[in-house]
Ligand binder design. Sequence first.
Ligand SMILES: [Zn+2]
Length: 415
Amino acid sequence: MKKEGSIFNYRVEKSLTESSGKLGRSGVITTPHGEIATPAFIPVGTKATVKAVLPEAMKTLGAQALLANAYHLYLQPGSQILDEAGGLASFMNWAGPTFTDSGGFQVLSLGVGFKKVIAMDDKTFRSDEVIAEKKERLAHVDDDGVTFKSHLDGSMHRFTPEISLQIQHQLGADIMFAFDECTTLHNTRKYQEKSLERTRLWAKRCLVEHGRLTKERASKPYQALFGVLQGAQYEDLRRKAARDLAGLDEEGISFDGFGLGGALDKANLGTIVSWMVEELPANKPRHLLGIGEPDDLFVGVENGADTFDCVAPSRQARTSAVFTPRGRVNITNAKYKRQFAPIDESCDCYTCTHYTAAYLNHLFHAKEMLGATLATIHNERFIVRLVDQMREAINRGEFYDLKEDFMGRFYGSKD
Ligand SMILES: [Zn+2]
């Protein structure tokens, strides 16, 4: 019998399978810090803060959980500090579930500076040595782990599966991710195969270390561990990754859920997600890592992803790009100078119910901090609410009506 604090589970509520043959579904994830109704968008607070916004405002705008980053918190202030503070949620005054990613994506993208979702074509250059222009290679991978240089002060550090799990246990989030090697779509097929096997062996080591730490820290609330699936754009590798990680059992310890990871080819996002989801057990949640564009969210939900995280809504807000039902617009545009009405009349966020587009236009032109705050509240609410609407539409059997209506307006209108 599990004690009160050790609760973690997932149950399916309604599935799209009967009506459309698709794997999308609604459900509920239960964690020691509360429930998450899925599908759900999980806003990112990289350094234990969603930039420019109070945690209380994130709660008010409907965020059910937040995701922070192990790499950043390890470097500053140090995971030990968060452990002493009682964990991530307590440290940042967030009364709800939290996620941490493993740090794998961050340390490895220090190595290549790649983007998460890219458009691929047949002419796209493939090499294992490709790095983004003007980026120094700051990370080196071997079979045991990754050695990397801090972006803060240039000091050298090393992550292994064990170290990532030790850091994440100290950070204390309800949902953690296994340490994986995140490849780029530019790597060769041969390298993807080698890397996938490395990630599988790291996943086993993560489970062993997770089991040890869970026992050692038995007085703390239970932390769930998700295995991360790689395999780039290859169907056989994606399916193999899902079967391998779903089948792992290290002395009774198996993954509580799965992260659908890696670089993703935007045009085939839905197909790639469906390959993995078809191989995964229905009774465990799936998190699509680093995805937050409206069209990608629809495709992810449709194909069976339950939760999503992305820095895009807040990052874009700080550059004055805000969502409206008719697409993303730049609030500094002259046409908003005299719009004495909200950014989005149909939005129920604090910004749209209290402030005009003209005021935001002024704040950004005057480089006032409040501009970033108000725009972030709106963008996060827009994406959180959009995924909430997908969940409600699944429950009502109207997912495709919502998709058609939203996509037509958001991507179809030109003004
Ligand atoms: Zn709004």
